[in-house]
Ligand binder design. Structure first.
Ligand code: NAD
Ligand code: MG
Length: 384
């Protein structure tokens, strides 16, 4: 029986985790759950699974929850970090979105837990530190990202020097075939219509710019300790092949499944075991027309941004994440257009003077700087 904490229980990955726990009642038990402000969804989920403790990042939501929930209600960033280190749990599922996920990731690894990590931003912000913390404290990181779960499976126990390159697939997002001349003016609604995956808003926007895939290069770089030039992205619109590993002898191993996030979650929770599930199966004989192509740089600014951030090193990926988080927020609120989104992020990244990530202080100061710089640049741009 796995005793787990679910951070981000009210989101898209959170919902997948709740569904899995319903299927595996005898194997997965949630002891605590957290979300930002949606107490109306969190409290019923906590009651359904009989959890003892919940946390809400928003203190007003926590106050509301105290009137309705019989267990303990924690609040604020501190409350989420406390759940992440709760000795009652062996596993922390981090399905938070954005930089808010970093502190709980570090807290879980410091406590020596298994971290089932959907919050890729943790790795973008402080990948090296995260991996070092896991190593020092006996914690483990199992990625809950379809590509990285796939890589983990393709790699198995292969020696590090047997790997020639890691290949991440990308659906290409909603604009893979769109006329480049009109791409600049893509609307919020068009951006949010992802062809193969149904996800939270931030990652969906990041799929349209391929910033998400860029983040995944950074994620693979730290989680698997592979140099950025050995990590490639290939466009695969059907989202059936999630990752491939090419070994030095020339053999390529791929991982396939239907696009369903419950599967990478199940793998991260059950590893090294495999649990029999009722998830829809892949009908291999019916597979037709799996396509692969190289990404078009004009449609994938996010890949360029991520490689630039990795080359700059230190706090540059943290600045990239923060600038993108703000730019996505401004785009979703209608304050900036699609064409401004990655252009502004690029400006912030170019101006950033990276510092070494020796502790989280450096990360948070880069994060603050990049957010305010992006907001300033965006407001000066929107002025006539
Ligand atoms: P979502 O927006 O649907 O859910 C986010 C969750 O985080 C919610 O429960 C919300 O309450 C909580 N949250 C947001 N901001 C918070 C804050 N400041 N403090 C505390 N809690 C906060 O997002 P999602 O699509 O479920 O994505 C979650 C993470 O998983 C992201 O890092 C994303 O990149 C990653 N991921 C998602 C998918 C997917 O299919 N959705 C696939 C791969 C990776
Ligand atoms: Mg992914």
């Amino acid at each position: 029986m796995i005793r787990a904490t679910l951070l981000g229980a009210t989101g898209s990955i959170g919902a997948s985790a709740l569904e899995l726990a319903r299927e595996f009642r005898g194997r997965i038990r949630f002891v605590s759950m957290a979300a930002r402000s949606n107490d109306a969804a969190l409290v019923p989920a906590a009651e359904e699974f009989g959890v003892k403790r919940i946390a809400l990042a928003d203190p007003e939501a926590a106050a509301r929850a105290r009137g309705r929930f019989r267990g303990e209600v924690l609040e604020g960033e501190e409350g989420l970090a406390r759940l992440a280190e709760d000795p009652d749990a062996d596993v922390v599922v981090n399905a938070l979105v954005g930089s808010a996920g970093l502190r709980p990731s570090i807290a879980a690894l410091r406590a020596g837990k298994r971290l089932a990590l959907a919050n890729k931003e943790s790795v973008v912000l402080a990948g090296e530190l995260l991996v070092a913390t896991a190593r020092e404290r006996g914690g483990t990181i199992l990625p809950v990202d379809s590509e990285h779960g796939g890589l983990h499976q393709c790699l198995g126990h292969a020696p590090h020097d047997s790997v020639r390159r890691l290949i991440l697939t990308a659906s290409g997002g909603p604009f893979l075939r769109r006329d480049l001349a009109t791409l600049r003016a893509a609307t919020r609604e068009e951006v949010l219509r992802h062809p193969t995956w149904s996800m939270g808003e931030r990652i969906t926007v990041d799929c349209a710019t391929l910033v998400n895939k860029g983040f995944e290069i950074i994620e693979a770089r730290w989680l698997f300790g592979v140099a950025p030039e050995k990590i490639e992205v290939v466009i695969h619109p059907q989202s059936i092949v999630h990752a491939m590993v090419e070994f030095v002898d020339g053999s390529v191993v791929a991982q396939l499944s239907r696009p369903d996030m419950r599967l990478p979650l199940l793998y991260a929770l059950s590893y090294p075991e495999r649990w029999e599930s009722s998830l829809p199966r892949l009908d291999v004989a019916a597979l037709q027309g799996l396509e692969f192509e190289a990404p078009d740089p004009a449609r994938s600014p996010g890949l360029t941004l991520a490689r630039k951030a990795l080359a700059l090193g230190g706090t540059a990926p943290a600045a990239l994440n923060a600038a993108d988080e703000e730019a996505v927020r401004l785009f979703l609120s209608g304050a900036i257009g699609f064409e401004d989104l990655t252009a502004l992020v690029d400006e912030v990244l170019s101006e950033h003077r990276p510092a070494a990530v020796t502790d989280l202080g450096a990360v948070w100061s880069a994060d603050r700087w990049a957010r305010s710089r992006l907001t300033d640049l965006a407001s000066s741009r929107s002025r006539p």
